[in-house]
Design a protein around this ligand. Structure first.
Ligand code: ADP
Length: 573
């Protein structure tokens, strides 16, 4: 496609000079005819020839233009498709760190990707439709000018560097504005997203006007920046148009002089003015081209930063054992989040296969961080984590995650049917498999009772039901290791009770780590690891830890007291 576009540009750049040549020939021939007093019929013959040449040229020109536009557009569409796909494929391979970093909040990331793609593709399109043809025309026109008269060629050549210099000044002046503009756009988009996210809090604290003011400040700064950009742009445009006119005046004076001294025919005046027009056309567009190239550079900077974050790629070992037993040993593990928060210090514990271990600790103690490390979302800063005696680093990351199931406080239910949501656990699952998994998660009957059954919209389900869909998804995946991170925290008592059976079912014969604030789920565990401010302070069974009268004792007693057991017992009795 590029070759075809270049060939068309080559033909087009010659076609563009035809008008100037024809005009020169016409003026010279007519003045000759007039001087010689030739009959009118010779003049008609001349006009006929010119008409045919001009119309043929116009025909060629239209075909060339169509071809250039079509191929330019085709290139743009293909490039947009390819880079949009590449960026999605690329960021999917990045680590958790990339997604949790402040620079990559979803709104900012989206804007940066969208602007990057649109400015890059616009550049490609303009290059083939505008920039390349204009510059090719200019080079051919300049060559013709030099060929016709060296001095006139020199005058138009001299204008070019002056123009370049001024356009560059303009571009430099504007680039600061542009960078700021990009920042404003990202922040603005992001602030609207966060507004929507926090609307309940904003309304309950009646902070609407405060938020509006905050938004207004960004808006006003943006306006000021925009106005300054426009003003600078207009000033430079006036300067450039003035310089171009000086060029035209010089050429008129110079060619008139050569006509008068007899070294040029009168047709050459028009000839040179038209050619100079071809030379200055791309130069007139130079600032726009500069703008677009600059836009593309600035916006694509952010885009390529994302595309080329090789260091963000997840690392993977190659170890893939035939079967995972589920013995997890955490040895002297320290972990510092990329933002500098030290979440774990010298954590030590062992988790036996096919047992349920509860992680207990106050909020912020580092429980979820441990799950993040065990799932290889992050790497320990210090220390080692072994699974069945092999360092997690050695494991093939995809293989490891295929063997781990994760149930969070609130599991993501994708837009779509219940069937699609469950089959996310195993895309190859058949309908009987899905029904079987739902039965194990104790949700089949409720789904079957819905008017559209498994084809109902999954978002219509209640929190407890959605949680069981997530568990059914896990039954399909059937991993030997399961992490449950406060699986019932967002559910009411009835839903918690209903989900208990599905949780018990999924825990059977698997290595399970559960984070929970529910006494019953903690007592149910065969082993308990107690964390306090990022340190593992106690490990053991419920009875042994209770007797220790340490951290676990304190947390457990607080939980029991909060239940108001006395009153409960009285009521039940
Ligand atoms: P828990 O699950 O016990 O409530 P977490 O493991 O979530 O505790 O958090 C432990 C510490 O790490 C807290 O101080 C928390 O602020 C910090 N933390 C958690 N996630 C991140 C993150 N993505 N980036 C930076 N710090 C984090």
């Amino acid at each position: 496609m590029i070759a075809a576009t270049l060939a068309l540009t080559f033909v087009g750049s010659f076609a563009a000079q035809v008008n100037a040549l024809v005009l020169k020939y016409t003026v010279d021939s007519i003045s000759d005819l007039m001087v010689a007093g030739e009959p009118l019929s010779r003049g008609f013959y001349l006009l006929g020839t010119i008409t045919i040449i001009l119309l043929s040229k116009e025909l060629v020109h239209s075909i060339v233009q169509f071809g250039q536009k079509f191929y330019g557009e085709k290139l743009r569409i293909f490039i947009t498709r390819d880079i949009s796909q590449t960026i999605v494929e690329r960021i999917l391979t990045y680590r958790m760190e990339f997604y949790t970093s402040n620079d990559n909040e979803s709104g900012k990331l989206q804007t940066r990707i969208d602007l990057g793609i649109s400015s890059l593709t616009r550049l490609v399109q303009n290059f083939f439709i505008d920039i390349l043809p204009l510059f090719a025309n200019a080079v051919v026109a300049l060559a013709l000018m030099f060929y016709a008269n060296f001095y006139v060629g020199l005058v138009s050549l001299c204008i070019i560097p002056i123009y370049f210099y001024i356009s560059q000044l303009q571009a430099n002046k504007l680039s600061g504005f542009r960078r700021r503009m990009r920042m404003y756009r990202e922040t603005k988009n992001n602030s609207i997203l966060s507004l929507i996210d926090s609307i309940t809090v904003i309304k309950s604290f009646v902070r609407e006007s405060l938020e509006a003011k905050r938004h207004q400040d960004i808006q006003f700064e943006m306006t000021e920046n925009q106005l300054a950009t426009r003003k600078t742009g207009f000033i430079f445009e006036s300067i450039k148009s003035f310089i171009e006119q000086i060029g035209v005046v010089f050429i008129i004076i110079l060619t008139a002089y050569f006509v008068l001294n007899g070294s040029m025919t009168i047709g050459a005046i028009m000839f040179h003015i038209l050619l100079f027009n071809n030379v200055s056309a791309p130069i007139r567009q130079l600032h726009r081209i500069y703008d677009e190239v600059n836009d593309a550079l600035i916006y694509s900077e952010g885009f390529f930063d994302i595309l080329e974050s090789e260091h963000q790629k997840e690392t993977s070992g190659t170890y893939k054992p035939e079967k995972i037993k589920g013995l997890i040993e955490v040895i002297d593990v320290d972990f510092i989040y990329p933002n500098g928060t030290q979440a774990l210090t010298k954590v030590n514990f062992t988790i036996k296969p096919n047992e349920t271990t509860a992680l207990v600790g106050l909020s912020g103690a580092g429980k979820s961080t441990i799950i993040n490390l065990l799932d290889k979302f992050y790497q320990p800063t210090k220390g080692r984590i072994l699974l069945d005696g092999v360092d997690l680093k050695e494991y093939d990351t995809d293989f490891l995650r295929k063997n781990i199931g994760l149930v969070l406080q609130k599991n993501h239910i994708f837009k779509g049917t219940i069937y699609e949501n469950i089959s996310y656990g195993n895309p190859n699952a058949t309908e009987p498999d899905i029904i079987e998994a739902s039965k194990k998660a104790y949700i089949h009957e409720q789904i079957a009772g819905l008017p559209n059954g498994y084809q109902s919209d999954a978002h219509l389900l209640s929190g407890g039901q959605q949680q069981r869909i997530a568990i059914a998804r896990l039954f399909l995946k059937n991993p030997p290791i399961i992490f449950l991170d406060e699986p019932t925290a967002s559910l009411d008592a009835i839903a918690t009770q209903q989900i208990k059976k599905s949780l018990d079912a999924i825990k059977k014969d698997r290595t399970v780590i559960i984070i929970s604030h529910s006494i019953s789920q903690i007592i149910d565990a065969s082993n308990i690891v107690v964390l306090e401010a990022g340190k593992s302070v106690e490990v053991g069974t419920h009875d042994s830890l209770y007797k220790l009268e340490g951290t676990y004792f304190k947390i457990f007693t607080a939980m029991v007291n909060s239940l108001n057991i006395e009153k409960i017992t009285q009521t039940i009795e």
